[in-house]
Design a protein around this ligand. Structure first.
Ligand SMILES: C[S@@+](CC[C@H](N)C(=O)[O-])C[C@H]1O[C@@H](n2cnc3c(N)ncnc32)[C@H](O)[C@@H]1O
Length: 223
């Protein structure tokens, strides 16, 4: 049996018990596929991890960078109280349109606000509104901009807030200091910033599963 077959089997077993049938999430994936969106959403188990992190965090306000079809958005929004808020930033109007439908079908449209455009334009516009601090930020867009997204996350959070950066492993190439790939360079810059920034403490975890070999970084705002 190949490694990837074994990872699939284990994810299937875990999912059958830990993330059983979930109609709004299944429909969100089906509609995203039908609309031709890339299958770049987190897995069922990773989505559940995001929801658990938001619940453990007691998050009332969540910022997401990179919505796609709203799969992770639905997971995160489920952790919010009735008066909570999730703002999700998405570059593609088409992705945002699919996500808006998926989020409404999941009954979460009152909690979620989509903002369409390049996140590096949406973030300063958001900061200009002086919003209350976000308790959790999920960074999952164009990886080359990860250090900029981390900088904005620091401006928009407070001590105790949690920042999750997805897909930091880049097939293992994150360990290649000489890589010219923007996604690798962005992931390395994010990891090094988490390690050296006086207001951050964090870790990074490699993962395997139904979407192969990857990983994520977790950072807590300390000051
Ligand atoms: C990996 S997918 C997000 C997956 C989603 N978080 C999930 O797990 O369901 C990345 C998304 O980021 C969006 N994106 C890429 N560059 C962006 C940018 N500069 N600003 C905002 N969104 C961007 C892409 O259009 C895509 O929908």
């Amino acid at each position: 049996m190949s490694d990837s077959q074994r990872w699939d089997d284990v994810d299937d077993y875990f999912s059958a018990h830990l993330t059983p049938d979930d109609e709004p999430l299944a429909a969100a994936l089906a509609d995203s596929d039908a609309a031709g969106l890339p299958q770049a959403n987190v897995t069922a188990l990773q989505g559940k991890l995001l929801q658990l992190l938001a619940e453990i965090q007691g998050a009332r306000r969540i910022l997401e960078i990179g919505t796609l079809g709203g799969y992770s958005t639905i997971r995160l929004a489920r952790a919010l109280p009735a008066d909570g808020r999730l703002i999700s930033l998405e570059y593609s109007a088409r992705h945002a349109e699919v996500a808006t439908r998926n989020i409404a079908r999941a009954g979460l449209d009152k909690l979620v606000e989509m903002r369409v455009g390049p996140a590096l334009e949406s973030l300063p516009a958001l900061a200009d509104e002086h919003p209350p601090p976000f308790d959790l930020v999920f960074i999952d867009a164009d990886k080359g901009n990860n250090p900029h997204y981390l900088e904005w996350a620091l401006k928009l959070t407070q001590p105790g807030s949690l920042i999750v950066v997805d897909n930091v492993v880049r097939g293992g190439r994150v360990a290649d200091a000489g890589s010219a790939e923007p996604d690798v360079r962005g992931s390395r810059a994010a990891i090094e910033m988490i390690g050296s920034h006086p207001r951050l403490t964090g870790t990074a975890i490699q993962t395997v599963g139904s979407k192969g070999y990857d990983g994520f970084a977790l950072a807590r705002v300390t000051g």
